[in-house]
Design a protein around this ligand. Structure first.
Ligand code: SAH
Ligand code: SF4
Length: 370
């Protein structure tokens, strides 16, 4: 059976080479070729014996998901759409800034959690992405950003931050997410610092504990409501893991987290969760948890039942949090002209309902996740 080497972290590669009677250091060599150098041609892996290179061609491939489209907005935001087979596509968004470059990647095709304001949720769940499909987004974007083959990913650092805030719920695909995170953090691969890799979750409590134990990175939690009654409606997983349990998991997470705060994401929905009273309720709710807030202006999508809060309302809501001493930022809308504006997670699947059978891309907005 052919193995996709992008599916394997250091431990996986070591086991793979052991199975084939090869020494463990081969894993380090290959990891560096694959991820630091972005190499997918075994013949170019010059420090590997020719005979082993020949064998690798028979038993292994380097297969990231194929890029279907790659568009750049006027502000430099760049959106990639990847084919993950079976008519499914997922997205990554690269956001260049002066001091950093952030890549937002997807972990599932669709999502089963069905948050009422989320377009990914509305399209239902298709499947978990493989490790190669998660890491492969980074692998491909790095190539597309013009890295020279052979150039060291860690010297160039065009992608300095990665956020798992694209399509899907990373903690519902925990096993693949953790292996992918290990590749992101590995010094022989991308060598990213734990503080610069962020997992965003809608609040799968047991998986938050496992992430903390297995591979703690920066954590963002999609809160969106100041009480269980409203959160049950907006984020249905709240019925299973209500706020008290979620906040307890946040506190436990912080014991091992690389940062000493959790980022609470809060989508601003006009007349639903954006009043002064709700801002105060939010402060009371989160008092025991060291946190920052990131307010996300809602991005509508066809058929969505909500409106974005007016700018003045968002400012006032932020002020109340800031006046209480909580660091609060409002997410910028970027990449508008290519539908990569902040808010809506698209990566939209092909529209298979068309009778023509033609595959039509529905490029909606994607979340920019900074
Ligand atoms: N499933 C994870 C990560 C992906 S969603 C999670 O829910 O956290 C990334 C962020 O975008 C989440 O905070 C999510 O609530 C938010 N989001 C989803 N739909 C949105 C929309 N239409 N407008 C603004 N933000 C949205
Ligand atoms: Fe899934 Fe996150 Fe969208 Fe909720 S907000 S449906 S958890 S992707």
């Amino acid at each position: 059976m052919t193995v996709n080497l992008l599916d394997l972290d250091s431990a996986g590669l070591t086991a793979f080479f052991a199975e084939h009677g090869e020494k463990a250091f081969r894993a380090t060599q290959v990891l560096r070729w694959l991820h630091r150098c972005g190499q997918n041609d075994f013949d170019a892996m010059t420090d590997i014996a020719k005979s082993l290179r020949g064998k690798l061609k028979d038993i292994a491939v380097v297969a990231p998901p194929a890029v279907i489209s790659d568009r750049v907005a006027d502000d430099g935001t760049r959106k990639f759409l990847f084919d993950v087979g079976g008519g499914n596509a997922v997205e990554s968004v690269f956001i260049p800034e002066v001091e950093r470059g952030t890549l937002c990647i997807s972990t599932q095709a669709g999502c089963a959690l069905d948050c009422s304001f989320c377009s990914t949720g509305k399209q239902g769940f298709n499947r978990n992405l493989t490790v190669a499909e998660i890491v492969g987004q980074l692998w491909q974007v790095r190539q597309a950003l013009g890295a020279d083959p052979g150039q060291d990913a860690q010297d160039e650092r065009v992608i300095s931050n990665v956020v798992l805030m694209g399509m899907g719920e990373p903690l519902a695909n925990l096993e693949h997410t953790v292996t992918a995170l290990r590749v992101l953090l590995d010094d022989n691969a991308y060598g990213l610092s734990r503080r610069r890799v962020t997992v965003s979750t809608s609040g799968l409590v047991p998986a938050m504990d496992r992430l903390r134990d297995e591979c703690p990175v920066a954590l963002a939690v999609s809160l969106h409501a100041p009480n269980d009654r409203l959160r049950d409606e907006l984020v249905p997983i709240n019925r299973k893991y209500p706020l008290r349990e979620l906040l307890g998991a946040c506190q436990r997470y912080l014991e091992k987290a690389p940062r000493d705060f959790v980022t609470f994401e809060y989508v601003m929905l006009d007349g639903v969760n954006d009043t002064d009273a709700q801002a105060r309720e939010l402060l009371a709710l989160t008092r025991g948890v060291p946190c920052k807030f990131n307010l996300i202006p809602f991005n509508p999508f066809p058929g969505s039942a909500y409106r974005r809060s007016p700018a003045a309302r968002i400012r006032r809501f932020a002020e109340i949090l800031i006046e209480a001493g909580v660091v609060t930022t409002t997410r910028k809308t970027r990449g508008d002209d290519i539908d990569a504006a902040c808010g809506q997670l698209a990566g939209r699947v092909f529209d298979r309902t068309r009778r023509t059978g033609q595959q039509i891309l529905r490029l909606d907005r994607v979340d920019l996740c900074t």
